[in-house]
Design a protein around this ligand. Sequence first.
Ligand SMILES: O=C(O)c1[nH]c2ccc(F)cc2c1NC(=O)[C@H]1C[C@@H]1c1ccccc1
Length: 232
Amino acid sequence: ILRGSEARPHLKPYMASLQLDGQHVCGGFLIAPQWVLSAAHCIEETDGKLFQVLLGAHSLTEPEPHKRLYQVRAQFPHPGSNIHNNKDDLLLLQLEEKAELNSDVRVLPFQREDRDVAADTVCEVAGWGTTDHSGSRPDRLQQVERPVISRDVCNHRTRHDGTITHEMMCTDSRRKDTCKGDSGGPLVCGGVAEGVVTAGSRVCGNYKKPAIYTRIAPYAAWIDGVMASADG
Ligand SMILES: O=C(O)c1[nH]c2ccc(F)cc2c1NC(=O)[C@H]1C[C@@H]1c1ccccc1
């Protein structure tokens, strides 16, 4: 998160850190007791290893009352996701067991109505991603508020030039922005997850390249289907 601020500890109890060998790779969030939603690009360099999911955390390193690292039983990248573009950039992770829900670990509802969030709506996004252009990595969860920009503005040829589909949305990236390591985290508007930070490589903090999110509503049926099939 560029030019944001430290989140109030444990006030975003849905936040997850996807880790490999104890290292934060991407964000994610709890959508059900045994399920975390993130971005498919995040598995590109895991060469088949499963993530571990840290829940209940504010600091990535300090001991905290409800902090717990969960093993992942299975990972389900959206079948349409690929390394060449940002399409269908969603990843579902089934935890080895149901997360223990408490004041620091909570499910976040996601939008099921497929309707664009109005431009200028101010949403919030959080993560343990880079906080400056030298690539500093924070220990504690950061957050920032960003206004939604319309798909037409985001698709302008000087911005993302027509690559933003109906299944994507954008927020203004002038100065304050998401950045590497924030991908997979939720864009929260009015207390509901509307988008997932895309994980394709992207310049951060440049107003000419707005932040891109995968809208969640268009994928509600896919999400429900995977959870139902895997839960048995
Ligand atoms: O965050 C992303 O957009 C993104 N997209 C990817 C694609 C492949 C992939 F193998 C990884 C990623 C990845 N995450 C990262 O590189 C994370 C490791 C870097 C990081 C930044 C800040 C703080 C901690 C760790």
